[in-house]
Design a binder for this molecule. Structure first.
Ligand SMILES: *Cc1c(COP(=O)(O)O)cnc(C)c1O
Length: 404
């Protein structure tokens, strides 16, 4: 007899033994009170402050967004009712794709059910269409890109993170007429560093390569209209494909790519992960459309967001807490061990009503476990002072390493 359940138990026990068994926090966000939420995991429900949401600007609760979603559900109902090809392309989908193409200055855009699916489906399809393709992938690329590259079966070469010399070495070794795709991110979400986009574009030009950029942690947040770091750096027209999410700064759900008409048409026609799945709900699409439109004209939110992040970094380092260097709005705080990382976050939640999820393997390499703080325009000085106080207590009680 095979004991199926025993195999699953053993697999879980291995994760537990490493101290990285994941516990989901059961929370209910409070519309209009961002970043406050109700925590259901204790003896009784209680209010907490959330410090780890990817709803970077609080757009998930913005009245423009929620009103658009209520109006859409009243007008057209809940679901799309089919795949994009079979009755599932609603007028909201068409409008949002036009809006996203305009945001990035591209000819066309294509929606997916998530950012994960957009990376997976697009990268795997690129490698099936381009003959004898090689994909050059930054070593810290997101799991969704890695998975897409793996399933596409193109030759994969990994370049050291943000290392232009290594990227050039790998490009140089390839024949000039072999299709080469450089796949990378702008803002790397766990360290908060930013890729040298202009220099990567220069290399792509020199070696006749195609560029695929994941701007998931930058769309809505960087550039004059929230078109991402490529827009900020003035290189959006030099990137062949820009991929983004509607689930983080835009506060709703879904993913997309923008590129030329021909590229988008090819992915639309070949990508299994696009074709064989029900289209995003028009309610979500209406909310995302309102969010993108709002953020294109809300540069003050981006300014305030950067100011909040800078302020938090300064407060942490003034307190002698081991804040990691970051060039973006992401504020990582070093712990370096999964057991201690969980102990800190338990302390914050149980004793201080502050919610920060521990970040552990496989999201980051083992031994680099950390807290990942995401200050938003709605995190006030009072929230920040409470956080610093709580972290100081946690560091003292748990006898953790202070900054060198
Ligand atoms: C979150 C994330 C994705 C996936 O986006 P979802 O819309 O959440 O599926 C893709 N790339 C990166 C870098 C991410 O962090």
């Amino acid at each position: 007899m095979i004991d199926y359940q025993d195999n699953f138990k053993t697999a879980i026990a291995a994760v537990e033994a490493e101290g990285r068994y994941r516990v989901f926090a059961d929370i209910e966000r409070i519309k209009g009170a961002f970043p406050r939420a109700v925590y259901y995991g204790g003896d009784a429900p209680r209010e907490i402050t959330v410090w780890c949401s990817n709803d970077y600007l609080g757009m998930g609760q913005h009245p423009d967004v929620t009103n658009a979603m209520c109006a859409a559900v009243d007008k057209v109902g809940a679901g799309a009712g089919g795949t994009r090809n079979i009755a599932g392309t609603t007028h909201f989908h068409v409008l949002l794709e036009q809006e996203l193409a305009a945001l990035h200055g591209k000819e066309a855009a294509l929606l997916f059910t998530s950012g994960y699916v957009s990376n997976d489906a697009t990268l795997s399809t690129i490698s099936r269409i381009l003959p004898d393709c090689v994909i050059l992938s930054d070593e810290l690329n997101h799991a969704s890109m890695i998975e897409g590259i793996r399933s596409g079966r193109a030759t994969k070469l990994i370049w050291r993170h943000n290392d232009l010399a290594h990227l050039e070495e790998l490009l140089w070794e390839q024949p000039l007429d072999r299709p080469k795709v450089i796949a990378f991110e702008s803002v790397y979400s766990m360290d908060g560093d930013i890729a040298p986009l202009r220099e990567i574009c220069d290399l792509a030009d020199k070696y006749n390569a195609f560029t695929y950029l994941d701007e998931v942690h930058a769309v809505g947040l960087y550039g004059a209209e929230g078109g991402g770091v490529a827009q900020r750096d003035g290189v959006a027209n030099r990137i062949d494909v820009i991929e983004g999410t509607l689930g983080k700064a835009f506060g709703v759900m879904g993913g997309y790519i923008t590129s030329t008409c021909d590229f988008v048409d090819a992915i639309r026609s070949y990508a299994s992960g696009f074709i064989f799945t029900t289209a995003l709900s028009p309610v979500l699409v209406a909310g995302a459309l309102a969010s993108v439109r709002h953020l294109r004209n809300a540069h003050h939110l981006r300014v305030r967001h950067q100011e909040r992040a800078a302020k938090l970094k300064t407060m942490l380092s003034d307190a002698g807490l081991p804040v990691m260097p970051s060039q973006s709005h992401i504020v990582p705080l070093w712990v370096g061990n999964p057991v201690q990382c969980k102990a800190v976050t338990d302390f914050l939640l149980e004793r201080c009503n502050i919610y920060v999820q521990p970040i552990n393997y496989p999201t980051v390499p083992k031994g680099t476990e950390r807290l990942r703080l995401t200050p938003s325009p709605l995190h006030s000085d009072v929230h920040m002072e409470a956080l610093i106080g709580a972290l100081n207590d946690a560091w003292a009680v748990l006898k953790l390493q202070r900054a060198a």
